[in-house]
Structures are given as C-alpha cells and as structure tokens.
Design a protein around this ligand. Structure first.
Ligand SMILES: NC(=O)c1ccc[n+]([C@@H]2O[C@H](COP(=O)([O-])OP(=O)(O)OC[C@H]3O[C@@H](n4cnc5c(N)ncnc54)[C@H](OP(=O)(O)O)[C@@H]3O)[C@@H](O)[C@H]2O)c1
Length: 424
C-alpha cells in the first residue's frame, strides 16, 4: 500500500527541549509541512517517563522507553536526539547516521567531542546531520554561517554563548554580589544546574566554539585544547568565571568595562584556526557589553560582509525547540547536513596564535589591590582608576610578558592578579 510521502520522525527524549518539539507536532502540524517539501509526521517518542508522555497526548502506540528500537525501525526516517548526555546519545546518533538516516540534535557535547567521527560516518553512509540547536539555543547561527555567509572569508567568530555565566556576571555587576551568591541566585532561578561546573568553568562554551569553528574555518578543534583559564601575573587563573571577584567587576566598571565570558574562534597568525573561552573585558557601552543576563550574542567578522551579529535566547526549551524544528523543516524541504556545501572538515589542534592571549599583544584589564594609581606606570595608552581597595588598570597594546613585568613591579610580594584580555 502506498502512503503519502512524508518524513517520519522519532524524538528521543521528551524533556525540556524534547517536549516543545513533540508539542509542535500535536498542536501546529501545518508549520511542519513546508509548501515546497513533504510533511513531517511523528512516528515515535522515546522517554523514560512513558506515562507522562502519553498523559500529555501522544498516542500510546508510538511511545517507548527504548530509543534504540526507534533508531533501528526502518519506518523511521529522522531521529531527533534530545536525551542529552554522552551515552547512549553518541552511539544512537552514530548508528542512525551509519544507516543513512537523517539526524537532528541539540547535543553540543556530543557534536563538539565526536563531530569529526560523526561527520565521517555521515559522509560515508549518506546520513544527514543537523545541529543548529547546539549553539545559541533559538538563535540561528550555524545555518547562516554555512549557507548565507558561505561566500565570505570569515576572520573571527566571537560572542557570549553561555547564559548561565552571563547571568552570574551581570548579577555581580548589578548587585555588587560575590560570585558564590550570584551563582546561588542563578541556581534558584533555574539558570544554573545543581552541579554548575560545565557552565561556570567554560566547558559548555568550549563545545559551542568548537562547533562554530567547524562551520567558520572547516576544522574540528579538540575541545581539550581550547583555553579556558586566563593568565595571571604569576601563572594561570581559574577556568571560566570561577575566579572572577566582585572587586574586579566593580573595578572594570570604573573604567567603563564589563567582564564577560567571551568565546572566540579565529584564524591565527600561523594560518591555523584557534579558539578560546576566557573571562574578558569588553566596553560596557558596546553590543557585547550591553548583552546582559541570559541573552546570547554571536558576532561574525567576515569579508566582504563586514560584521554581522546574532542575538537572542541562547537556551530554554521553547526557544531551543525552534532551532530543532527549523532543522526538521529544512530536512522536509530536501536540505542536507548543517555543513552541506562546505568541504569535509579536517581534524586540527588549535593553533598557538590568534585567540590565545598568551601569544598576541593586546590590551589587558586588571584590578591590582593595595596599590594607588600613581604607582602604576604603563605609558600614555593606559587608563587607571582608583577604586575601593586598589587600582583598576587598562593597558595599551602589550604582550603578556610586558604587562606582567610592569605590574610585578607594583604588586605586593606573592600577590597574584588575573589578567583579563580586552576584547575590542
Ligand atoms: N535545556 C536547554 O535550554 C537546552 C538548550 C540547548 C541545548 N540543549 C541540549 O538539549 C539536550 C536535551 O536537554 P534537555 O534540557 O531537554 O534535557 P532534559 O530536560 O533532561 O530531557 C531529556 C529527556 O530525555 C530522557 N532520557 C534521557 N536518557 C534517556 C534514555 N536513555 N532513554 C529514554 N529517555 C531518556 C530524560 O529522562 P530522565 O529524566 O529519566 O533521564 C528526559 O526526559 C541536551 O543535549 C542539551 O545539552 C538544551
């Protein structure tokens, strides 16, 4: 018996993101039937809580707690992986791609850590892999990078890609609160998990910058090689935002700066892609400086377009479901993988130049406790301000060695100070 051509979709995981995706099939099917494509139909849902899924209106006949069964089902054309975690997500995605199926995921960890292998599997077996929701939640950024901006030479992609840390830093600035209190507030509002390590130490943003670099520069960088710890006067600081203090946030404000966790990928002076995720200082009165609370913003600098920016909700079930559903509609219109049209990726370790602040002279921000501005001589390009308990410093363009030498002459014996790159 012939049936109307459609793409039969199985959703694995009916949680924060998965449920709004499933709800769209139940409530807005017309949005999932593109005029120039085939309709998308819901063929299966896998979740641990089968009863809850059925109670919410999904026909019991298509609900299972065994996601592998849906992946293996020959009647399933599209697998939407929204379970999260590493396993079994990675294995199921690989199996579906290996069977030549279409796969959509929001799983930034799996894409960033296993992207090279999954891309190779998809290319070898004719699978299609889309993962717009893995970066920027509801913000369309990967599609524009790979398609609309494809004729450009991209120089740099940078931005605020983690709402949890942006909430914490904004809260510290607005309320003058300590890091621990701002983190506790983020947790109480549901913006940070009980174990916040993946967000606050920068790993989540690393996953996103690795994926951005794949689309912008054609290489899968190894997440472990992406720097997350800022340099200090005497060594290396704590990763992500975990070392940022209330005094530093206030001192940055005295110089018209804001501290943000900035993910950055670019082609370094050595011609290789480089990436970093570092607490950085930006002009408070700049688009990045004004991106507060849980908002995300991603900027792309490219030739010939110049600078284009994408801003919006970087997380949340409803917003993220928009990107997942957009990928599904693209598939229903005959579209390929997120990287379609781009050359196969190489695997590369990040270069040592470019985004690594240890390698390139740049401006730096630091709060030096127990020092008055008159003691700090960093030349005419520098700005200094007296703040409670010390001095706020913004240097001109200096190498790391130069800024260390200058500040070591004034810093008290043994005192360490975080050196924040200024992102201009
Ligand atoms: N939430 C966001 O704002 C957001 C934004 C962007 C991307 N993402 C990504 O989207 C993915 C899903 O995140 P989420 O927030 O929706 O997670 P979630 O709320 O925990 O939902 C995951 C669902 O999948 C189920 N599940 C997990 N493993 C399963 C298995 N082996 N078999 C059957 N069911 C299983 C879970 O059931 P149990 O609870 O029983 O495990 C849960 O109902 C993650 O990769 C995440 O990184 C999320």
């Amino acid at each position: 018996m012939s049936r109307t051509p459609s793409l039969r979709v199985a959703v694995l995981g009916a949680g924060t993101v998965g449920w709004p995706v499933i709800r769209a099939f139940l409530e807005r099917p017309e949005k999932l039937a593109p005029f120039d494509g085939v309709p998308l139909t819901l063929a299966g849902v896998a979740d641990t809580f089968m009863d809850r899924v059925i109670a919410r209106g999904v026909p019991a006949a298509i609900v299972t707690d065994a996601p592998a069964h849906l992946v293996a089902d020959p009647d399933v054309d599209v697998v939407v992986e929204l379970m999260g975690g590493v396993e079994p997500a990675r294995t199921l995605i690989a199996a579906a791609l290996g069977a030549g199926k279409r796969v959509v995921t929001a799983n930034k960890h799996v894409v960033a850590h296993h992207g090279a292998a999954l891309e190779a599997t998809a290319r070898e077996h004719g699978g299609t892999f889309r993962f717009e929701a893995a970066v920027g939640g509801g913000i369309p950024i990967l599609g524009p990078l790979a398609a609309d901006l494809a004729a450009n030479e991209v120089h740099q992609v940078r931005g605020i890609v983690n709402g949890t840390t942006n909430f914490i830093l904004t809260s510290m600035r607005e309320q003058g609160s300590a890091y621990a209190d701002a983190l506790a507030e983020a947790q109480s509002r549901g913006y940070a998990e009980a174990n916040p390590r993946g967000d606050v130490e920068g790993d989540d943003a690393v996953n996103k910058v690795v994926i951005l670099a794949r689309l912008a520069f054609g290489a899968w960088l190894a997440p472990v090689d992406v720097r997350t710890a800022p340099p200090t006067l005497r060594g290396v600081g704590r990763p992500g935002v975990t070392g940022v203090t209330a005094d530093e946030v206030a001192a940055a404000g005295a110089l018209g700066l804001a501290l943000k966790l900035i993910a950055l990928a670019e082609i370094g002076a050595d011609g290789r892609p480089a990436a970093s995720v570092l607490p950085s200082a930006v002009e408070r009165d700049s688009p990045l400086g004004r991106t507060d609370w849980v908002l995300n913003r991603i900027e792309v600098m490219a030739d010939p377009v110049g600078t284009v920016a994408f801003t919006g909700p970087g997380a949340g079930g409803d917003a993220t479901s928009s990107a997942v559903l957009g990928d599904l509609v693209t598939l229903a219109r005959g579209g390929g993988s997120t990287w379609a049209g781009l050359a196969p990726a190489s695997e590369a370790s990040p270069g040592t130049d470019g985004a690594d602040p240890l390698a390139v002279p740049r401006a730096w921000f630091a709060f030096v406790p127990g020092v008055v501005p008159e003691q700090v001589d960093l030349g005419p390009e520098a700005a200094v301000a007296a703040v409670q308990g010390g001095t706020a410093v913004r240097t001109g363009t200096l190498s790391l060695e130069q800024v260390r030498t200058a500040l070591l002459t004034v810093a008290a014996d043994g005192m360490d100070v975080t050196l924040y790159p200024v992102v201009e």
